[in-house]
Ligand binder design. Structure first.
Ligand SMILES: *Cc1c(COP(=O)(O)O)cnc(C)c1O
Length: 323
């Protein structure tokens, strides 16, 4: 960060930002990419670029775009969500097709499909490539763009043992976070075809996401892409070990099929504690977790959690549950 060559990215002449955008676009197999301050902004810039007020987008019921972005699709774009329940976060192409509104003058029109992989709220589940291919075929038939919320696309790619571009190919636009598991302090990428990114650049400025000497932030983004992708399988291995452990704790319920990447979501109702109480008990032992509902707790594995930490988590849970 200290050594980053910088320019003014609002004038599009910051060399480090340019380098990051080029590298990210190449990794995703897209013509262009845009560096944005957050994943939320990347998703909302995408929606705003694809859609007009009053139009509908199909999204999974528990998706980040629908639930965790303060309704920006409404306030910023005037878009209307058409939420569809998925199976462990994964949408069935037939359900998407039923949710797309028929072309009638008295109905609003559907103009975008969004998918999320890995699916955060479902526990980090990953779309099977076959399903993405079916969604792509459907989208082509209906002439609809697909936006991939791939905040953790490299976790999804790691789980599938494929390159990220093999997932990104099914989307017209794709976003991912350089932060989170990739460890950069700030920033996300929105990638897509050149005309789309050209429009998105204008939207980014409108949303207040034009940053000037942004090379200092793009520099750790390059480190994230060059050095952090290859270690994500470690996080997955530890998540899987933790899942095996949690399965044996009688007071804890976890669906092992949701544990595909670096996230674990489990139910603590049988411990007699609420999720918040459970999280507070862990916090006392210096273990940070989150609650995703009154009974559900979420662990996320990352670069800062090693095997000794895992042992500490196991011991803490034994103590807290008394098992
Ligand atoms: C974290 C996340 C986002 C938003 O990223 P921020 O950088 O926190 O705004 C979007 N989608 C998914 C699936 C996420 O997990």
């Amino acid at each position: 960060m200290a050594e980053a060559k910088v320019g003014d990215d609002v004038l599009r002449d910051d060399p480090t930002v340019q380098k990051l955008e080029r590298r990210a676009a190449d990794l995703l197999g897209k013509t262009d990419a845009l560096f944005v301050p957050s994943g939320t902004m990347a998703n909302q810039v995408a929606l705003h670029t694809w859609m007009q007020p009053g139009e509908e987008f199909v999204t999974e019921k528990n998706s980040h775009i629908y639930n965790y972005e303060h309704g920006m699709f409404g306030t910023a774009t005037g878009a209307v969500p058409r939420p569809v329940p998925g199976r462990r976060g994964i949408l069935d192409p037939e359900d998407i097709e039923s949710a797309v509104r028929p072309e009638e003058y008295y109905l609003s029109s559907t103009t975008l499909i969004t998918v999320e992989t890995s699916h955060n709220h479902a526990g980090g589940t990953v779309y099977p490539p076959d399903t993405l291919q079916e969604i792509r075929t459907l989208a082509n038939r209906l002439d609809l763009p697909v936006h991939v919320d791939g905040a953790r696309i490299f976790n999804a790619a790691t789980a599938l043992d494929v390159e990220a571009r093999e997932i990104a190919q099914y989307g017209d636009s794709v976003m991912f976070c350089l932060s989170k598991g990739l460890s950069a302090p700030v920033g996300s990428i929105l990638a897509g075809p050149e005309p789309f990114i050209e429009d998105a650049l204008e939207v980014r400025k409108t949303f207040g996401g034009g940053m000037r000497q942004a090379g200092v932030l793009a520099a750790p983004g390059l480190v994230a892409l060059d050095e952090m992708r290859d270690r994500l399988d470690e996080d997955h291995r530890r998540a899987s070990e933790l899942a095996d452990f949690l399965m044996d704790v009688e007071e804890i319920q976890i669906d092992p099929e949701t544990v595909q990447t670096n996230i674990l979501i489990f139910n603590v109702a049988d411990t007699g504690m609420t999720a918040e109480e459970f999280v507070a008990a862990l916090e006392k032992k210096n273990i940070k977790a989150g609650s995703t509902g009154p009974e559900s707790v979420r662990f996320v594995l990352n670069r800062h959690v090693d095997d000794d930490d895992l042992e500490a988590v196991r011991n803490a849970i034994h103590t807290i549950t008394g098992s």
